[in-house]
Design a protein around this ligand. Structure first.
Ligand code: FES
Length: 269
């Protein structure tokens, strides 16, 4: 003990100037003091806390996800953000942890927005690159969603649009809107998270779905299904398999596609 392994004291000092909650200030001060060699028992007596609280706080702050800890200490309800975004708590914590790559003042502004409850669900404020592969093409090639190198194989194959490609999603833009802006024509019906016509499977990265009402927890957590019309990337890159909304697993959620436009379902089975 007596040193910081994952985060340096100068970074924690920088955060000290940006935090608001007294609890966060106390936690940062004790981590800095610990980095200077003060043992946990002494810190516990200084701050009038239990040794267990000191140990837990040190562990949480001296960890790769320390910004997620600061977010919680500052009052962000991570569970509420996760529920609003249709994301796991772990995904939301990982996203807050990723704020460590931004300047402290900028990261603190984001955290305080969520702490005030004004920025739910998760909106990254960053553009993301989406790589997409068509489901039928995947199965025709003998590939599967379980292939760990699925998108490496797709990149190496002689594939192009509409079966395979990539596009940029602007901050707050849905995947479906961005795909259409880039000239793609994907299945959809309601465009409001209330059917499954636009469903995709996320192979890598993560996608929030504010406002979706129809996918089950199993479809979201275990099948990694997302609705592209309300789906907003929350990671820098996302790999998705498209055209899964027509599969039998979504049959009871499907709506008739709008007639005479790009909403015709193309992967019905
Ligand atoms: S088009 Fe209905 S949920 Fe996306």
């Amino acid at each position: 003990m007596g040193e910081l392994h994952h985060v340096d004291a100068s970074t924690l000092r920088e955060w000290l100037t940006a935090v608001r909650a007294g609890e966060t200030t106390a936690a940062l001060l004790l981590a800095i003091a610990h980095g200077d060699g003060v043992d946990p028992e002494t810190l516990a007596s200084w701050y009038g806390r239990s040794a267990a609280w000191v140990e837990d706080t040190l562990d949480a702050l001296d960890a790769p996800r320390y910004v997620a800890t600061i977010a919680r200490l500052e009052g962000v309800d991570v569970e509420a953000v996760a529920a609003e975004s249709n994301l796991t708590v772990e995904s939301v914590e990982a996203w807050f942890a990723g704020l460590a790559d931004r300047p402290v003042s900028e990261a603190a502004t984001v955290i305080h927005g969520y702490a005030a409850g004004g920025v739910e669900p998760l909106i990254t404020g960053e553009a993301s690159t989406v790589f997409h592969l068509d489901y039928e093409t995947m199965t025709e090639r003998g590939w599967s969603l379980e292939d760990p190198d699925l998108f490496e194989k797709a990149a190496a194959a002689d594939l192009g649009l509409p079966e395979y490609g990539r596009f940029l999603v602007e901050p707050g833009e849905s995947i479906l809107d961005a795909a259409e802006r880039g000239g793609r024509s994907w299945p959809y019906a309601c465009r409001g998270g209330a059917c499954s016509n636009c469903a995709v499977v996320v192979v890598d990265g993560d996608v929030a779905m504010p406002g979706q009402t129809v996918l089950s927890a199993t479809q979201i957590r275990e099948a990694n299904a997302r609705l592209s019309c309300v789906g907003v990337p929350v990671t820098e890159e996302v790999e998705i398999v498209t055209g899964v909304g027509g599969l039998e697993a979504f049959a009871d959620l499907r709506l008739p596609a709008p007639t005479g436009d790009a909403g015709a379902t193309s992967a019905e089975e």
